[in-house]
Design a protein. Structure first.
Length: 293
């Protein structure tokens, strides 16, 4: 695996260290990882971007691995770290790709630093806070009355970690959550099963250092972070309507707020956009968008 041969690098920021990987050569792309995965996994599953001649810059978000959480709990704080990292690397303006739970800080980065963003791709992003159960992963909506209260949410984190370990170690439990309405196709597709195995292992590993995952859930439950009117860069939204882990309503809502954005409905493998019937379409559309003038 390409990422295993790479050494983590560190930015010494005034708020604390930022751990990051750089992979490939070519036009730089800032990649913001989702909930429960490492930057190494991003490099692994985004191999097509490397083959297309892009260089991936993948920081660990606060709370994940070598980027401690400290007081950097908001998506705005993470966005400031991305800007500082790009300044450190000498990049004035880059393309950005944010995925899943990396949606909030990717959106904030585009809002706060429009001068640094050429184009923004959001892949099955969390774009709206969990103000109603419809915004939550379908299997977890039963917990909405509890997680909306901060003190109850803190008490429920151990239960979430227990369930995540239980589901993450069992493909029969985990795949329905992540494949959603595409389960009947996904469970017999070898490419999807291979991808699911990678992400299952990543989730279990991330649970050994739960600060980032806990902060993500805390963030999703707090007040809105998106100010779509401040996004100036071209925006491409890629989402499978069969995704019940991050429901399609997130991308639909953001598209309504950003009418100039392009929203593409894909038939992939639910939350797993990197496999399924339209995986080639997914990659082609993203490549063309990132390479456009």
């Amino acid at each position: 695996m390409d990422s295993l041969n790479r050494t983590q690098q560190y930015l010494a920021h005034s708020t604390g260290p930022v751990e990051y990987l750089i992979a490939g050569e070519g036009e730089p792309v800032l990649c913001v990882h989702g909930t429960g995965v490492s930057n190494e996994v991003v490099v692994q599953i985004e191999g097509r971007l490397l083959n297309e001649g892009f260089q991936l810059i993948v920081p660990h978000r606060p709370g994940y691995y070598g980027t401690p959480l400290r007081n950097r709990k908001t998506p705005q704080a993470a966005a400031e770290l991305y800007a500082a990292l790009l300044d450190h690397l000498g990049h004035e303006k880059v393309n950005a790709v944010g995925t899943s739970g990396g949606g909030p800080s990717s959106i904030c980065f585009a809002q706060m630093f429009p001068e640094k963003v050429k184009r923004l791709v959001l892949q099955c992003p969390v774009a709206h806070h969990w103000s109603d159960p419809e915004w939550m992963p379908a299997p977890d909506r039963w917990s909405f009355p509890y997680i909306k209260r901060s003190w109850l949410r803190q008490m429920m984190f151990p239960l979430y970690r227990y369930l995540a370990r239980k589901n993450g170690g069992n493909r029969e439990r985990w795949l329905p959550r992540i494949a959603g309405e595409r389960l009947s196709e996904a469970q017999d597709d070898l490419e999807t099963l291979s991808l699911a195995k990678i992400l299952m292992a990543a989730s279990l590993d991330a649970l050994q250092h739960p600060a980032g995952m806990q902060n993500d859930i805390d963030l999703f439950c707090r007040n809105a972070w998106a100010e779509p009117e401040k996004i100036e860069s071209p925006l491409l939204l890629l989402h499978d309507p069969g995704d019940t882990f991050v429901p399609f309503c997130h991308s639909r809502w953001l598209h309504q707020k950003c009418p100039d954005a392009e929203l593409i409905e894909l038939h992939c493998a639910g939350h797993l956009l990197w496999s399924g019937p339209e995986v080639q379409k997914f990659g082609d559309l993203r490549r063309d968008f990132l390479q456009s003038d």
